[in-house]
Write a protein that binds this ligand. Structure first.
Ligand SMILES: [Zn+2]
Length: 377
């Protein structure tokens, strides 16, 4: 019997006994996403250096793109005329689009935030743009992503409490308006919890965002230059009390050890430019930490980047060859390293899920941490 078209949903398969880690499945009309999940980032409607086929072969179940960047260039009209973002970029699995809140407050020349929206100059050509929650929903509906995010204000971590509270109120008001104008069937809408690094504000932001009611909940405003340890402190409090029956998404966080910590505090979804950004710059993530392939020590090294890695790069190429590609400025270097790195992150998530399923996540986490050296080598 044929089942009817899947609507968006989240199934919690298992909760870890020793930690707050969870195993789940996010269901979208374009396919399911096993969680904890890592989303490779394709800001400009491309995960840098990858064809969609390569991403599929690596086992990516969802990618992330960005409403702000695509609105500025190439503009949503051409994407709409192409039949939406999936057809435009030839990727037919789920896409999550970030609303651009973070970009407006970090990249653009911000002019003014009013209760109505944000006025800023494009980082690309300087033209004045006004983003309202309604416009940002409209952009994401035109893109046709599977998961859309509300437009939020992301205050700098140095902001004082009164300012962060004011900003939180704006984000909450925008979240209400986003939900009110969102109409695209089959597209999920996630709310974003802000509140800076103040525990009571974070809790209030969470409660009031849940009151509005979304398909999933994200934590925004982390990884913005705050002192180390700040995020973990808050995650330990906020993560476990987020709604159990909806996906929990920690935005923009993606160092392997951070992901492991966040999973242990109940987070389900992650995205980060790290695998491709480091890959382009010649850094490889391995079980032992990051390796810089240009390192002179690899000049005559015929071993693969990581002997235990099953990726195409490690199965076929040596450290010395990769080093040579980077030294000769060959485009294959960034491609092969990005491929290895994205494989590394997707594989880490597969191992995490397996470990949760087999009741040994805590042990897996400790073993990974013992082998992994965050310093570059
Ligand atoms: Zn590899």
């Amino acid at each position: 019997m044929k089942t009817k078209k899947t609507e968006f949903g989240f199934e919690l398969l298992k909760k870890d006994v020793k930690t707050k880690a969870r195993l789940g499945i996010v269901k979208t009309p374009r396919g399911k996403i096993n969680t904890p999940a890592f989303m490779p980032v394709g800001t400009q409607a491309t995960v840098k250096t990858f064809t969609p086929r390569e991403l599929e072969e690596l086992g990516a179940e969802i990618i992330l793109s960005n409403a702000y960047h695509l609105y500025i260039r190439p503009g949503i009209d051409i994407i709409r005329r192409s039949g939406g973002l999936h057809l435009f970029m030839a990727w037919n699995k789920p896409i999550l689009t970030d609303s651009g809140g973070y970009q407006v407050f970090s990249l653009a020349k911000l002019r003014k935030v009013t209760p109505e929206g944000a006025i800023f100059n494009s980082h690309f050509d300087g033209r004045e743009i006004r983003f309202t929650p309604e416009l940002v929903v409209e952009i994401q509906e035109a893109l046709g992503s599977d998961i859309a995010m509300v437009f939020d204000e992301c205050p700098p971590f140095t902001e004082n409490k009164a300012q962060v509270a004011k900003s939180m109120e704006i984000t909450l008001a925008w979240a209400k308006r986003s939900k009110a104008c969102h109409t695209l069937k089959g597209q999920a809408l996630f709310g974003i919890v802000q509140g800076g690094f103040f525990q009571d504000l974070r809790k209030e932001s969470l409660e009031r965002t849940v009151e509005i009611g979304f398909d999933g909940y994200a934590l925004g405003g982390f990884g913005i230059g705050e002192p180390e340890g700040k995020m973990d402190e808050l995650l330990a409090e906020i993560g476990p009390v987020m709604p159990e029956d909806a996906p929990r998404y920690l935005m923009g966080i993606g160092m392997p050890l951070d992901i492991l910590d966040a999973v242990s505090m109940g987070m389900d979804m992650f995205d980060c430019v790290n695998p491709t950004r480091y890959g382009r710059n010649g850094s490889a993530f391995t079980r032992h930490g990051r390796r810089v392939v240009r390192n002179g020590a690899y000049a005559e090294d015929t071993a693969p980047l990581d002997e235990k890695c099953g990726c195409y790069t490690c199965k076929n190429f040596s450290r010395s060859y990769l080093r040579h590609l980077f030294n000769a400025d060959e485009i294959l270097g960034p491609r092969l390293l990005s491929l290895h790195n994205v494989h590394f992150f997707l594989d880490l998530m597969r191992n995490i899920r397996e470990a949760i399923a087999e009741n040994r996540f805590d042990k897996f986490k400790r073993s990974f941490e013992n082998h992994y050296d965050e310093e570059m080598r």
